[in-house]
Design a protein around this ligand. Structure first.
Ligand code: HEM
Length: 552
């Protein structure tokens, strides 16, 4: 008798599947709710099992009922999702691979070689400027859209990518999606990077340059792996600038374990190809979170020590974060709880290490292969360097156009922020010229794709520093150069990054001539570079030789 009711049960289950989609999944964001959704389904499964066992006992029939009901529910749910995404979704008219239209898991395929950005650029070649790269996600390779999405007055917020990246539910500057909250946080961070603060950081950057120059002296004539030393250099700078600590990584010469943790943080993000809900799931369950937790514990401890001990008379990034924490809750821009303070401490390392070390590595990749470029840089810095160390400041270095031309060109060709941050369009949508982007859609404007676009840069794939100086015609639209992105969410640490790059390049060229090590052709660096959300340059061996002509 009960056995005859299987069709009815399956019909009800399929109806539930359809309703689950139409009443729940279709509405609002679900990226940060994976665990809750899985738990709800497991609970439903327990209830279903209890109900079936009551009538059928634990029997073969129970198993077949259970399986059929589940298949009906999930079959209807996924059928509805697929039909909706292909035929009814507000992005249905946008071109893109079928897999990407159906599921964001397509990102896994795109990231199979951990080179998501290269695959994305290929998709733009195939489909044009606007590509649907996920069910609710567009990648747009167009400078007008960059301005409309990120520029002044834009109503776009950060996208769903940032949703699972909270610290115990608190969203720090780099990940908050609430505009008002972001504005408050940004006031705090801007104090940490105003000209007075940057002035205080300058000697620390210089001392890390000196440490690196000592290592170069010790390794003279022997191959030095550029991306390894760049990472150690940046790590030390952030210790000094972020927390007034000297971690001595350059002096030590070995990778600090924290750098492994940082890489472990980024690797899943890179491998998942911007598919974000699994990250939320792992964060919420605590599964596979050992490295993340170890990094957080380390970062939180740094702040806790600073909160307890202080650093009399020493300004660093932590000073401003902690100061505003202590001023809360009366101070409008204050950080109002410890989780938020901890969350703010982490980007000091996360946003500032791989980004800068990638750029340094590529600067050296290009400069090392050209003795004539080194001579030009040497001649360009000579009037400043012959005035003595005191004349050499970040401001005076920033006034040497060739330094910036080389740095800009390296950052143009090898964007650290490969696809850039995701943004969400306002609910009314966004009109950019002829293009209408529907509301509540995640949009990426990949700087790397803009930087290599012939519409914006002539001979776009070539390293031509002169485009920033004597051959401006090679830049057709400067607005497309956005390594730090633009607008409200632009990089708050931009000047510090440039300070590190300018100091390191100038002092190295002043003191050394360098070239690829015997057997090195630079291909490893190109081929082994990984898109871990932030680009991680591959390996490159360079040999340094003390410049005999210093000062001549
Ligand atoms: C070459 C080096 C760097 C590059 C290319 C770079 C690039 C970027 C980009 C593209 C963004 C926007 C991310 C988004 O759209 O969500 C960003 C944001 C940010 N960067 Fe950097 N960055 C660099 C160095 C640094 C440094 C040294 C710091 C120092 C702590 C830093 C701190 C931050 C922070 C806190 C944000 C979030 C800003 C906000 O949301 O208001 N970055 N960076």
């Amino acid at each position: 008798m009960y056995a005859n009711s299987l069709p009815l049960h399956c019909t009800v289950a399929a109806g539930c599947g359809l309703l689950a989609h139409l009443l729940y999944f279709i509405h609002g964001e679900k990226d940060g709710k994976a665990l809750r959704i899985i738990i709800a389904h497991l609970n439903a499964e327990v209830l279903l099992s209890a109900y079936l066992i009551r009538y059928l006992g634990i029997s073969k029939q129970y198993l077949s009922f259970n399986t059929a009901i589940n298949l009906s529910y999930f079959g209807a749910l996924f059928f509805s999702i697929v039909a909706y995404r292909l035929a009814f979704h507000r992005l249905r008219h946008f071109p893109g691979p079928l897999g990407a239209k159906l599921t964001k898991a397509y990102g896994l395929w795109m990231a199979r070689n951990v080179k998501y950005i290269d695959e994305l650029c290929k998709l733009h070649q195939t489909y044009g400027d606007v590509v649907r790269v996920g069910p609710n996600e567009l990648s747009i390779r167009n400078v007008e859209t960059l301005l409309a999405v990120n520029g002044p007055g834009s109503k776009c917020t950060k996208g769903t990518f940032y949703e699972p990246l909270s610290e115990q539910g608190e969203y720090a500057l780099a990940v908050t999606r609430d505009k008002a909250h972001h504005k408050q946080r940004r006031q705090v961070w801007e104090k940490a990077f105003n000209s007075k603060s940057l002035k205080a950081y300058e000697p620390r950057v210089k001392s890390s340059v000196d440490d690196l120059l000592s290592q170069i002296a010790a390794h003279e004539g022997k191959p030095m792996e550029v991306s390894h030393w760049a990472l150690l250099f940046v790590f030390d700078v952030m210790g000094k600038v972020g927390f007034s600590e000297d971690w001595g990584a350059v002096k030590d010469g070995r990778p600090n374990p924290i750098l492994h943790l940082l890489e472990a943080l980024f690797t899943p993000l890179g491998r998942l190809g911007r598919w974000i809900w699994p990250i939320g799931f792992f964060v919420d369950t605590g599964l596979g979170n050992e490295d993340r937790e170890a990094f957080e514990a380390w970062s939180n401890k740094l702040l806790a020590v600073r909160q307890k001990e202080g650093r009399e008379g020493s300004i660093d990034i932590a000073t401003f974060l902690i100061e505003s924490f202590h001023e809360a809750p009366n101070f409008k821009a204050g950080l109002h709880n410890q989780n938020l303070l901890n969350g703010e401490g982490q980007p000091v390392m996360i946003a500032a290490t791989d980004t800068v070390s990638n750029s340094i590595s590529w600067v050296f990749y290009h400069v090392a292969r050209s003795a004539s470029l080194q001579r030009e840089i040497y001649q360009a810095i000579k009037p400043l360097f012959t005035q003595g160390d005191e004349a050499i400041t970040h401001i005076s270095l920033s006034q040497i156009p060739l330094l910036d031309a080389v740095i800009n060109e390296a950052m143009r060709l090898h964007s650290s922020a490969t696809v850039g941050g995701s943004r969400m369009t306002p609910s009314e949508g966004l009109q950019v010229g002829d293009l209408y982007i529907p509301g509540d859609v995640n949009v990426y404007i990949p700087p790397h794709a803009l930087h290599l676009d012939e519409r914006y840069f002539e001979r776009a794939t070539e390293f031509l520093p002169e485009r920033w100086m004597t051959a401006p015609k090679l830049i057709k639209d400067k607005r497309a150069f956005a390594p730090f992105t633009i607008g409200t969410y632009n990089c708050v640490g931009r000047q510090l990054a440039l300070m590190e790059l300018r100091y390191l390049l100038a002092y190295t060229v002043w003191n050394y001539e360098f070239a690829y090590a015997p057997g090195e052709n630079g291909r490893r660096m190109e081929e082994e570079s990984l898109d871990l959300v932030i680009m991680k340059a591959g390996k490159l061996d360079v040999v340094f030789k003390k410049r005999e002509s210093v000062g001549l």
